[in-house]
Design a protein around this ligand. Structure first.
Ligand SMILES: [Zn+2]
Length: 207
């Protein structure tokens, strides 16, 4: 999955968040340019972002930016794009410590909301062969960072975190991303997608 450049050694939760965020910065830049594959400039952005975050010379942008974005984007399910009846999903489940604030709230259709439930968003999506959009993953990373910072565990080894005490799954922080054509900036609204959502739900029930 890595092209040419080696992934740094990731031990702490801070490093895992930084690497994922750096991958996201690279993907965002390339998607914005309409690129279908990464080039040297994209890799440089990733490397600089990672180093800066780990060394503390740069910070992740504020969640306010994500809130502004949420107001600008069409209102639809953040996961499948359905634009029927929408509910509020807590991106980091409240069970385990996700906060009840706008920064942790995204629109979700009933089907996605109940299917995701308490699951980690990446784990839930990957189980259905999907990957979070840039918009969802960026918000998620900031929330995870905020939560870990509050708990004072950013420099704890990722493998030492016990999954049942966390509102996210440390193992599921996506240290490698799918190829660029499989990534999207945000999920586009889909008309009449409730049928598709329902059939996905049936699959869930059956599995
Ligand atoms: Zn949905």
């Amino acid at each position: 999955m890595m092209r040419g450049r080696k992934r740094p050694e990731i031990n702490t939760i801070r490093e895992a968040i930084a690497w994922t965020y750096a991958n996201l910065a690279r993907a965002h830049m390339a998607l914005e340019e309409g690129a279908t594959k990464y080039d040297q400039r994209h890799h440089i952005v990733r490397d600089r972002t990672y180093r800066g975050l780990v060394e503390g010379t740069i910070a992740m942008r504020s969640l306010i930016d994500d809130e502004r974005m949420k107001m600008k984007l069409p209102q639809c399910c953040a996961y499948c794009g359905a634009n029927g009846t929408l509910t509020i999903d807590h991106l980091l489940p409240r069970v385990g410590g996700g906060i009840d604030a706008a920064s942790n709230a995204v629109w979700a259709c009933r089907s996605c909301n109940s299917s995701k439930g308490k699951k980690d968003v990446t784990a839930w999506l990957v189980a259905r062969s999907r990957f979070p959009s840039v918009v969802v993953l960026r918000r998620y990373l900031k929330l995870v960072y905020q939560w870990c910072d509050g708990e004072g565990i950013l420099d704890v080894a990722k493998d030492q975190l016990k999954a049942d005490n966390l509102p996210f799954s440390a193992d599921m922080l996506p240290l490698s991303f799918p190829p660029l054509p499989e990534l999207c900036f945000t999920v586009e609204p889909v008309e009449h997608s409730n049928d598709a959502a329902r059939s996905e739900m049936r699959k869930d029930v059956g599995s």
